[in-house]
Design a protein around this ligand. Sequence first.
Ligand code: ZN
Length: 419
Amino acid sequence: MTPLVYVFEEQARDLLSQTGDVRLVDGVAYGFDDWTVFHAYTEKPYFTPSGFICPCVAIRSDAAGFVDEEKLMAEVRRRVDPDGRPIVVLVTGTGAGGSPSCRALILTENGIAGADTRFVPRRSELFTRNTGLLETSALAEKKVVIVGLGSGGSPIALELARAGIGHFTLIDFDRLELGNISRHVCGVNDLGRYKTLAVRDQLLQKNPFAEVSTMEVNVNQSLSQVEDAVAASDLLIVASDNDQSRFNLNQMSLNNNKVALYGRAITRAAGGDVLRVRPWKGPCYNCIFSSGLIDGREEEMSQKRQALAVLPAYVEEDKINTMIQVGLSSDIAPIANMMTKMALVELSRGIETGMSTVDEDLASDFYVWANRREEAYANWPRMGFKWTHPSILRWYGARVDRDPNCLVCGGHLEQEPTT
Ligand SMILES: [Zn+2]
């Protein structure tokens, strides 16, 4: 097949906008599938790229002295030692309507071959298929803070990037371990990396123009730093795995009048729950926690760190390992999906979109997901063909009110922010 070269339109534009006599520019390319597909960059890639690295040289078609292809190739060969690899040569120019054009040539020991080129377009074209359901330009301005980038938080982050959310702050101090891979959006390529940085790269793959900042901190030990991020955001998403962080984040959400979403899976992901906190308008995390609604719903334990926090110090390794009981990625997916939908509803509030009817349906602030007839659902009837009784694989909205005696939000009405 004719080799295919992908080029970021934005980078080609930058190259063309440089003034003066721009001669050869050193870039970098990554090749795939026996050097038939290349991703070429004239500047630093937006994210950690994949593929086999090979040299890339770019030139503006109006640069003096290189009109002759043979001359150009001779210059490229003098400049780069390909070490047996192909060299991707990009010749950029201005096409019809002032938009950039790009021609690619692949230089190997056997000679020069022409390649097809494709531009990776600018932001506005990436999300055209969301039109009608979401207001893309408004979402590009929204800022989301996500705490916890594990099996729950990472797919939510990715879905929001797919929807065109433009600004993210990712907070987690964990690194990706082998045991995480089967349930995480990141793979073996990212082993050992901070989950924040690995997920950032995944988000940038979906939306190269998103702004993603990361904080590799423990929320409970970096309160003011995290609160600054929450204060600057439009929405807080909490997918962390411990109550202390949820209580701290609940306080920050109330202090700064920011809507927060909390989600978790119960043991082996037999079910889960999702809470939306609309500060001072509905129940806060503490109202729910003290309401008895989540009594008997043991949280899933997916990390050794969680088990160590509740077990005495002398417990043997085997016991710790048996406490780690996780569900499958497909069991976590409905919970992450619900949180994503609720996030899009919150971020689209006030804008006429396809999310408006979903907003009307989501009247409750607290939802319970029944996933499998185990744990809290062990005695439920089988789903069968009836839809008149409770069954698994459904969401249930609970009527929950703000607790006037809540130690966090009750009796503090006089402190309610006015903005
Ligand atoms: Zn409360």
